[in-house]
Design a protein around this ligand. Structure first.
Ligand SMILES: Cc1cc2nc3c(=O)[nH]c(=O)nc-3n(C[C@H](O)[C@H](O)[C@H](O)COP(=O)(O)OP(=O)(O)OC[C@H]3O[C@@H](n4cnc5c(N)ncnc54)[C@H](O)[C@@H]3O)c2cc1C
Length: 453
């Protein structure tokens, strides 16, 4: 029996009826059959494995990463995180003002909310956590050994939320990561967990910037840094795109546009939406990619905790005495306190009804913050398309949807390319069916197909 089966089993013991009646999340759709060794040129080129995400339309996410829109203060995140009546506690990447939209921020928020709950809770209380992504799992891990009666409710049929490692040894020599998988140098907590679990990582650092005409110089990020610095002195926040224009930079210039596409693919927001006062983080030159199963991190965090999968919470009724959770199938369960970790996109869509409605501070923050879009596509070929050691590829001056790629061939020995796309382009990509998504991905690779001169 696998660890995941065990988790389902644990939930089934609590509300088995609910589990039985829920629809599992659609699985990612790998290409069913291996094609016979294609030649890596021309129209006949076809991947031997394909997987893609669609977080933008997934009802349990409705986006990829929260961002701070122009005119909004990052204090909105603190407002979102504020406990309500000592009964409702909030976690999730959107509540972390220091590293929103990241795995590190999600983990930290879960521990923070668990500490807040512990400060209010009495011995043996019944506690629920809504959502089994990194934030919910971190909260569960902190609360597991405290003697509280703990249950985690998760709408999907798996834990992990916006991290999803597709483990399929037939198709993927390393798991295809459809959500978060790149960690920063200061993500020490996650880094330590990966080390402790012996999960493989690889450093991606050598970049290739390529136009349809050949290799070009890497664009400087200085215009973006200068524009942000100038905007900080303005009396009111302006969109990052305007800050760039005001500073004399042209966001449509091919090199800068490729750099901004990379920023959007990391942060989820386009420059015309993003704040200049709380701007998206410029992606670092060096990224550490997780090449193993991130599911193991989740499994360890929720070890020993009762997790009820396929159990969407649709209603949260609360007063000074406790909280009642309505499960989408109609059942109602009572708790003393609840930690809510669902994505901002779910809160914005009224996916959960609160009774009474949340205080203005929370509702204002939910309305003000932005939910950005990031999508990813994994392609595996029989052999590398291009002979290069560069692990990060940027398409410069190409009119393609996906302009940022990670080339895993140098670090895995397998011809795996990972495309990422952010902002409005990501929303468009999510709307494509699998056939169209694969065609769009292949078209986006065209600038890289010629040999590197
Ligand atoms: C494509 C993509 C790429 C990314 N890349 C990176 C990266 O490289 N590095 C990085 O640091 N971060 C990255 N991120 C962001 C990172 O993955 C997230 O910030 C983090 O995983 C969020 O964790 P969370 O626990 O806050 O939310 P989630 O993981 O979304 O967890 C919330 C959970 O709540 C569940 N839920 C929703 N509604 C309900 C309901 N009604 N009832 C019960 N449960 C519910 C969801 O199913 C989910 O499991 C990326 C995200 C995406 C989508």
């Amino acid at each position: 029996m696998t660890r995941r089966t065990l988790l389902v089993g644990a939930g089934a013991g609590v509300i088995g009826v609910l589990l039985a009646s829920c629809t599992p999340e659609p699985a990612p759709t790998p290409t069913p059959d291996r094609t016979p060794s294609p030649t890596p040129t021309g129209d006949s080129l076809a991947p031997i494995a394909f997987a893609r995400s669609a977080w933008s339309t997934d009802p349990s996410a409705l986006g990829a990463a929260s961002f701070t829109p122009v005119g909004v203060q990052s204090a909105a995140r603190d407002a979102l995180a504020t406990p309500v009546r000592g009964r409702l506690f909030f976690a999730g990447e959107a509540t972390d003002a220091d590293a929103p939209g990241t795995m590190a921020g999600a983990l930290r928020s879960g521990t923070r909310a668990a500490e807040e709950l512990l400060a209010a809770a009495g011995a043996g209380e019944r506690v629920a956590i809504v959502g089994a992504g990194l934030a919910g799992a971190a909260a569960a891990s902190r609360l597991a050994a405290t003697g509280l009666a703990l249950t985690v409710f998760e709408s999907r049929d798996r834990t992990g939320g916006r991290i999803q490692s597709v483990v399929d040894d037939e198709r993927w020599p390393v798991p295809a990561q459809l959500g978060g998988w790149l960690i920063g140098a200061d993500d020490t907590e996650l880094g330590e967990q990966l080390n402790a679990l012996d999960i493989r990582t690889a450093v991606l650092e050598s970049a290739l910037w390529r136009s349809p005409d050949g290799v070009v110089d890497a664009p400087s990020s200085q215009p973006v840094i200068d524009a942000i610095a100038a905007a900080e002195a303005l009396p009111a926040d302006v969109p990052l795109a305007q800050a760039l224009a005001d500073a004399g930079a042209d966001p449509a210039e091919p090199g800068l546009a490729a750099l901004l596409a990379y920023v959007a693919a990391s942060a989820g927001s386009d420059p015309d939406q993003a704040s200049s006062w709380f701007p998206p983080t410029l992606p670092p030159d060096t990224r550490t990619a997780v090449l193993g199963d991130l599911g193991a991190v989740l499994a360890q965090l929720v070890d020993g905790v009762r997790v009820s999968l396929s159990s969407a919470v649709s209603r949260v009724a609360y007063d000074d005495a406790g909280v009642s959770l309505g499960i989408a199938t109609g059942e109602s369960l009572s708790f003393d306190r609840v930690i809510i970790t669902v994505p901002l996109g779910v809160l914005q869509s009224d996916g959960i009804e609160f009774a009474p409605k949340l205080p203005f501070a929370q509702r204002g923050a939910i309305a003000d913050l932005g939910m950005g879009f990031i999508e990813t596509v994994w392609l595996r070929f029989d052999e590398p398309l291009v002979d290069t050691d560069a692990t990060i590829w940027h398409a410069v001056g190409a009119e393609q949807t996906i302009r940022t790629w990670f080339n895993l061939a140098p670090v895995t020995g397998d011809a795996i390319l990972v495309g990422i796309v952010g902002g409005a382009d990501a929303a468009e990509f999510a709307a494509l069916d699998d056939e169209a998504a694969q065609a769009a991905a292949m078209a986006a690779l065209a600038p890289f197909m010629q040999p590197i001169a």
